[in-house]
Design a protein. Sequence first.
Length: 456
Amino acid sequence: MYNPTALQPHFEALALGHKTTPLSFAWLMGQLKMHLSLLPETRSGTNTRYSVYDAAASAFSVFFMQHPSFLAHQRAMQEQKGQNNVESLFGVSQIPSDNQIRNILDPLNPTALELLFTQIFNGFKNSAHMTSMRTINNTLLLPFDGVQYFSSTEIHCSQCSTREHKDGHVSYQHQAILPCLVAPQCETVISLMPIFITPQDGDEKQDCEIKAAKRWLEQYGEQVLPLDITFLGDDLYAHQPFCEEILSRNGHFIFTAKEESHKILYEWVNELKNIGKAGSITQERRHGKKKYYDTYHFINAVPLKDGDAGLLVNWCERITLHEDKIISRHAFITDHLITEDNVALVIECGRARWKIENENHNTLKNHGYHIMHNYGHGEQFLAQTLLTLNILAFLTHTLLHLFDDVYLAIRKKLGTRQKFFESIRVLTEFLCFKSWSHLIYFMAQQLKIVLSPNSS
């Protein structure tokens, strides 16, 4: 049974040893509270009973707890017990209603959260884990990929993109690019500040994924490019203007290159293959009792488009056979020089782009964060700001899983992420904890996890 008075000295001793080094539980929560408290006041009236911090931290708490009814339960706890976990865990002095949260956050541009992403990334970039993510030519992989997270034929705001359909009706959409760091050898991804595909001032044409990616490079490129980045992307990015944009910023690229959209490139590739000028190696591998053959072809310095101004790129492909049937075929262009020694790695790095869909988009859509759910649309920035807070919650859990040994021990003991979040939800519905350290150490104690006073 939870006895706060009896356990208080034990919790205090452990909490004092809960290190506040970058990316520890205490450090991440401290950064969150500090930066949310600096969010600008967006209201012009005098009705400011609830602060911008209260609204932003309350919204974040719902995403972090993965509990849509979290605030309702905490309001009830406040009425019954005179205390609640939104205040003790997230520093919210008064819990706004859902409508009040939406009204307060609607005018808040999500770029106000840039510094928080930057501070967290600065804590991560000096870690051993980031070093372990380095791959081809000691670079880090950063994929671009757009995602649609809202669509309606009725609800819309000033930040919506519009699409006119053949039957004449118009639909409204929210789309974004959610960049992250990935690596073929790593299961987790590290989320970065998103960029939104949204109408731009002074631009009569619809915004698009490529334009948004260029804006991300302009706004955030200086933060990551000094770390040596190889950008990944689908065939949409594999065209000369964007490749040159990457190279002009001292970046690298590995982009999918489809034959149907790169006729000049493949005229050169096919001709050079026909005359024996392409490198080629075949490797056998087994998966269980099945035997596969991976054949790699590669050619360096082929033009991406016709004419003297055509950018020279390096091309490679992998064709996988099983029982003389083609199982898969993948082709990429890159500025990395391709050799027999690294062609397989280039292919694996190129295919790591799928991690942004599998480990990033899929988790955000289907595993607790539910970014496709309309938490609130608003008239200005609400949908974008709520998505950004949701990504912050995902990033925080990712980093805690990687760097906080108490948090990780609990996750491992409970077995599944679903069980972990169910436990958090049940505990905070019925008990009020003094702080995150107290909650996490209480869970560890109940699970009989042995902790040292220096646990981070």
